[in-house]
Design a protein around this ligand. Structure first.
Ligand code: ASP
Length: 472
């Protein structure tokens, strides 16, 4: 005999089976002990009768979250006893054998109820328990399904999933870098990628034509409900020989089919998705990420929209953190975004007026992705570096890209939807932390594992690093 999963029990009526799982809840009615057994697939009512004394005595010890193994007969319930609230409600198990595999302390919060109202720090510290709850488990499963759909879909469209390095050099996306000291090269540092932007462009020079990656990105930014401090995942894509139109259409098709397949009860407000110029969005909605839902309370409504024709530059403010800081202009997307051909003369005359091939993907008032057609002319790229105030040394940091462009670069472009934020909206959740397995807290800590943490003096010595701080 081998284990079956709880969801399968209705197919085993009259048979003796073996189940593994956790005690979800226990109810004693007169002399009979009922438990709900839980595994990843669902819940099942299990009955212990007093006639088998040893078994009954052991069952009396059961408490919520004990991990157990059970053997017993699956019995059809009489019609009057059917529980319509659970998928296995037509059956129950009459236990004949119980093994307590491991006991559990009383959990810090109840796991048979939604935990949204529980103190978030406690939920994060005990994330492995929080993830046992129904909603959180479903969010993790939804995330898996969405990512699997994307992978399969893009594979069929001829995309290759390619991993790019994590220990790399900065590709500025407008945030601070996380840096990693190099032991083998004392005094030198890697940067964790803010995005795989430069690598994916180099992959186009390499002739890969269609690339994607479920890419971890690292940005040292402050937390918000829709932004993870530190790290997040993007569906990073890049294509050669495409126009902006091709990129928009492919993305629209991917997400429309994804919603239809994975979340068929969601309604997309308008198809094809509205396309709004940046100017129009600012005039009409005072926002470059307008919420176009008809009913803003409807969690099942999905209002996708494209924002296009962004200005190539924005005026930098003191808060902007950018490598060419101090100059008037900063890129409104990033410095690899192409200006519209007809606006190239404006780069000399009036750069603030030049529009770009940036496209932002907006969903229910959130920016869920951005991308662009890229510059592939080294002269235009050099001009953009000048306009954002790059020094010779700063330009040298990107010499590899300009050099690569001298070897038959194909015209290319792409997009990178932010997966955490996208899944948050698709799941109808208020925060990205609800759709990440181990999110960081608001102050960028991993409360389960206790990161960041100090390192030993030996580790610092090996890295030739001396802290200016006193250890606590
Ligand atoms: N690398 C860009 C970003 O992270 C996306 C892109 O341009 O494809 O926003």
């Amino acid at each position: 005999m081998s284990r079956i999963i709880i969801l399968d029990t209705p197919n085993h009526g009259g048979k003796t089976v073996e189940l593994f799982g956790w005690v979800h809840s226990r109810r004693d009615h007169g002399k009979i002990i009922f438990i709900d057994l839980r595994d990843r697939s669902g819940l099942l009512q299990v009955v212990f009768e007093p006639k088998d004394k040893d078994l009954y005595k052991l069952a009396e010890k059961l408490r919520p979250e004990f991990c157990i193994k059970l053997t017993g007969e699956i019995k059809e319930r009489p019609a009057s006893m059917v529980n319509k609230n659970i998928a296995t409600g037509t059956v129950e198990m009459n236990a004949t054998k119980l093994e307590i595999l491991t006991e559990s302390k009383t959990p810090p919060f109840e796991l048979d109820k939604d935990t949204i109202a529980v103190n978030e720090e406690t939920r994060m510290k005990y994330r492995y328990l929080d993830l046992r709850t129904e909603r959180m488990k479903n969010n993790i499963i939804l995330r898996h399904k969405i990512i699997k759909f994307i992978r399969d879909w893009l594979d069929k469209e001829g995309f290759l999933e390619i991993h790019t390095p994590m220990l790399t050099k900065s590709t500025p996306e407008g945030a601070r870098d996380f840096i990693v000291p190099s032991r083998l090269h004392p005094g030198k540092f890697y940067a964790l990628p803010q995005s795989p932007q430069q690598y994916k462009q180099l992959l186009m020079v390499a002739g890969m034509e269609k690339y994607f990656q479920i890419a971890p990105c690292f940005r040292d930014e402050d937390a918000r409900a829709d932004r993870s401090p530190g790290e997040f995942y993007q569906l990073d894509m890049e294509m050669s020989f495409v126009t902006q139109e091709d990129i928009l259409q492919l993305t629209e098709k991917l997400f429309t089919e994804l919603v239809k397949t994975i979340l068929p009860d969601r309604k997309i407000t308008k198809t094809p998705w509205p396309r709004i110029t940046h100017k129009e969005a600012m005039e009409k909605y005072k926002s470059d990420k307008p919420d176009l839902r008809k009913d803003k309370k409807d969690l099942k409504e999905l209002a996708f929209a494209w924002i296009v024709d962004f200005p190539l530059f924005k005026e930098q403010t003191k808060e902007d953190f950018f490598h060419g800081a101090g100059e008037k202009w900063g890129p409104s997307h990033h410095m690899f975004t192409a200006p519209k051909e007809e606006d190239i003369p404006l780069l000399d005359k009036d750069p603030g007026k030049a529009r770009s091939y940036q496209h932002d993907l907006v969903l229910n008032g959130y920016e869920v992705g951005g991308g662009s057609v890229r510059i592939h002319d080294p002269k235009v790229q050099d001009k953009i570096f000048d306009l954002i105030g790059f020094t010779k040394e700063q330009k040298r940091e990107f010499a590899h890209l300009l050099e690569a462009f001298e070897y038959g670069v194909p015209p290319h472009g792409g997009i990178a939807p932010g997966l955490d934020r996208l899944i948050m909206v698709l799941a109808g959740e208020p925060s990205i932390r609800e759709v990440m397995a181990f999110p960081k807290s608001g102050d960028a800590k991993d409360l389960v594992i206790g990161a960041p943490s100090e390192v030993t003096d030996e580790q610092l010595d090996e890295l030739s690093i001396k802290l200016a701080l006193e250890k606590e």
